[in-house]
Design a protein around this ligand. Sequence first.
Ligand code: HEM
Length: 222
Amino acid sequence: MSSIAESTTDIIPFSRLVRERSAKSHRETEGASFMGDLLAGRAGRDDYVALVSQHWAIYDALEGAEPAMRAVPLVAPFLSPALTRLPTLEADLAFLIGDDWRDRLELVPATVEYATRIREVAAEWPAGYIAHHYTRYLGDLSGGLHIGEVLARQFGFGTNGVGFYLFDQIADPSAFKVQYRGQLDAAPWPAGEQERVVDEVLRAYDYNTRIFQQLGTSTLAA
Ligand code: HEM
C-alpha cells in the first residue's frame, strides 16, 4: 500500500473517506435506469416484486451472518436490531406474491454472486462484512426512505409491500447515521484494513449496479 494512502486515512475520518471514495460508484448505482424507471412510474408491479426478491436474498446473507458477527469485537458495535430487514422483507413478499413466495423467488446472477460474497467475507474476513453492512444499511437509511415513499404512492401499497423501507425503530435516521459514522471512525481497524474495506464497498456498489442492470434487462425488456 502506498504511503500517500496511509497518510490520507490518518488525516481524514474514515467515514468521510469511504463516502468520498465511493461517491462515483454511488452515482453509477443511483443512475442505473431500473431504479429511475421504477420511481418514475415506467416500471410495473412485477419489476418491483423482482427488486424485493433480490433484497430478500441480500439480507438473508447479511442478517444470517449476524449471530456469528456479534462474536467479533470489531463488527459487534455496528450491529443493531433496529436495522433488521429480513422479517419486513418476508412480510412484503407474502403480501406481494403470496404465502408460497419462497417457491417463486427469482434471483438474477448478480444477486447470487452478491449473497455469496457476503457469506464469504462473513466467514473469512469480518472487516469486509462491515463494508457490506455499511453499503446496504446506510443506503437504506438515506435515499431508501424517499424511495419507499415514492413506491408506496406509485403502487398504492399503503405500508403493506414497502415495509422494507420503514424503519419503525429508528426515529431519527440522520442521528443514527451520524452515530454509525462515528463507529466507522472509532473502530480499531488493523493496519491497512481501511483501504481494503473501501475496496469492498466499491465491490458492493458494483453488485448493486449490476443487479439493477440485470433486472432492467430481465423484466423491463420482457
Ligand atoms: C435511486 C437510487 C438511490 C438514490 C436516489 C440514493 C440517494 C441517496 C442520497 C440522497 C444519499 C445522501 C443522504 C445523506 O446525505 O444523508 C445517499 C446516501 C447513501 N446511499 Fe444512496 N441512493 C440510491 C441508491 C443507493 C444504493 C442502491 C445503494 C447501495 C446499496 C446506496 C448506498 C448509499 C450509502 C451507503 C449512502 C451513505 C453514504 C454515507 O453517508 O457514507 N444508495 N443515497
